[in-house]
Design a protein around this ligand. Sequence first.
Ligand SMILES: [Zn+2]
Length: 326
Amino acid sequence: MCTKRPLVAGDVIYAERPFIALPVKFYLTSAPPSGLTLEGFTQHAWKEREELLKEMIALLPPERQAAYRALANSHTHDGSGPLAGVFRTNGFGLGLDTWREIIPDIDDRDNRADHETTISGVCDTLSRINHSCCPNADVYFDMPSFSFVLSAVRDIPAGTDVTVGYCDLTDPAAARQKDLTPYGFTCTCVACVSPNSSDPRRATIAASFPDPKFVVRMWLMNVVLPDDYVIQDSQRMIRLIEEEGLQSAWCYTLHFAVLAMAYAALGQRENYLQARERVSALGRACNPVEGHQLMVSLPEFRNSRSSGGCGCPTMDGGGLPSSMRK
Ligand SMILES: [Zn+2]
């Protein structure tokens, strides 16, 4: 997929309902023959899976059935069967937020971890998007429309290949290559060809996952720290993330939220608005549910006269004592 016009971070590129969506993990519905080896048991399970997928795909219109079968299949030699192979090659996870809408008490359940990655959906167009370890787009699942939504995570010039990440992008290059093996290609992106420089930087990014309210509150309470203490730290991480092309990582959005809250506390109106806009755009692109929660902590600017000051929000809802830094 290639862009025909320039895009900015947060732009929706494409939205699509999946052919099918079903659990990745599954339980056998028939007893396997006795005496099977582990390999034999696995083959029996894949045979059941293939039969289920045949019934599901048969419910689609003929042209959709043909489109599903035309997708890439990297599992042609492991006994998956052609339909299951397509499912394993092209699935997108629906994500935990989707499950929270279906099962409201999911966070209280002991087996939450199993649910987190259980459901996967296969799309006609979105499943064909190429991989990059420095992707310029991200996909999330929108439950109300039952659609996967592809959005830009950074500005994208016209004529650029749109890419997403197929694996955990903060893993070392060797681990990423191993995760990408089932897809049948070797990634040759700048991060994969320079692991000695990229791996430590990605490890630093992975370890930087700030809770914006907590970080800013701790800074506000410690008057010994410089006024730009958290700002410098988050700006440094934002530069590192941009240099690695990891704007799709959620910590990138969190660091802009830190900046916005710190600027509000310092009464820096223009800087606050710019950081807030980045949180809004990145939230739309990567994680609308958590993005909305962040935006609740970043209210609209108040009228400067009525607020009696520069107009910066006082973060009353977040409990941030902004006056300490003013
Ligand atoms: Zn790569």
